[in-house]
Design a protein around this ligand. Structure first.
Ligand code: HEC
Length: 276
């Protein structure tokens, strides 16, 4: 090759390489990672609803349903000292809700309906309107309540087990006696004053809910400390479906965690992104 042409090509190559390196090359990659600092309250409401569904269904089927077959009783007056019975599912939820209200976490939990057994559980105002919509579209509702200044999420509460249906239909104070399996019987309603929250505060909401489950469940197990019961269930790692047993809190909670942990992990992992 002609040396002049060779040098011209070489200089051309060096010039264009410099233009690439110093003018148009992308900036060097930084190896930093950051985690989203805030969660939308609605994402956390969804988590809570999932955990509450798992807890409620497990309690209704495996403790109330199977426990009754072992001779355990469940009563509206369960919290009274001389009543040797466990909480009905709705009162288990009420126990959780009361316990949350004793923490500094400003989270409210309520289970209501349009045809309640207990008249104070009837939805009112904007919640009644949103519940009427839920009856027709079967979708969860997320909205801001101007009157209370709180963000609200309402999730359908389904008749997921036969005891829900029979007990409500036959209850002496029922306002509807033709519920069937799969019906929306009411809605679990959550309220929180902020529309977003830090990772710490988000985890605190979940922890407050779990504290409520723990304290309510332990309050139930404490009933069996009374010695006058002659057929006390053995409390440990077995379930009423296996005989005269009741799971201790750890066993109960492990079962719930197995159902919900993958979803919680995925919500947290979804919030991590690599920053270039
Ligand atoms: C053994 C009886 C019994 C069983 C089982 C039962 N409930 Fe209830 N439920 C009640 C009673 C009693 C209340 C009212 C408690 C209160 O607030 O004083 C209630 C309250 C409710 C409420 C609030 C509105 C209302 O009726 O006052 C909803 C919603 C509800 N239950 C749904 C369910 C679902 C869903 C299940 C099954 C997962 C279920 N219940 C299982 C007896 C029962």
């Amino acid at each position: 090759m002609n040396t002049r042409i060779f040098y011209i090509l070489l200089i051309g190559l060096i010039v264009s390489l410099n233009i690439y390196l110093f003018v148009s090359a992308p900036p060097p990659l930084e190896s930093s990672v950051s985690v989203k600092k805030r969660f939308a309250i609605n994402d956390i409401f969804e988590q809570l609803a999932l955990e509450n569904d798992a807890t409620r269904t497990l309690y209704t089927k495996a403790i109330v349903g199977a426990g009754k077959k072992q001779g355990l009783s469940f009563d509206e007056r369960w919290a009274e000292q001389d009543v040797h019975a466990g909480p009905l599912p709705a009162l288990f939820l009420r126990g959780i809700s009361n316990d949350i209200s004793e923490t500094e976490v400003p989270l409210d939990l309520f289970l209501g309906s349009d045809f309640p057994i207990e008249s104070s559980n009837k939805f009112k105002g904007i919640q009644a309107e949103k519940f009427a919509q839920m009856r027709s579209d079967k979708k969860s509702k997320f909205f801001f309540d101007e009157i209370t200044g709180k963000h609200i999420a309402m999730f359908p509460d389904y008749a997921s087990a036969m005891p829900c249906v029979t007990c409500h239909n036959e209850h002496e104070r029922t306002s509807k006696s033709d519920w069937v399996l799969g019906d929306i019987m009411g809605a679990t309603t959550w309220a929180y004053p902020e529309d977003s929250l830090s990772t710490d505060d988000a985890l605190k909401l979940i922890a407050a809910y779990r504290r409520g489950v723990k304290n309510t469940y332990l309050q139930y197990l404490k009933k069996f400390d009374a010695t006058e019961l002659n057929s006390k269930p053995e409390i440990g790692n077995k379930w009423p479906s296996q005989g005269n047993f009741l799971p201790d809190y750890e066993t109960f909670s492990d079962s719930v965690q197995k159902l919900v942990s993958p979803a919680i992990l995925s919500t947290v992992l979804k919030s991590i992104y690599v920053q270039n």
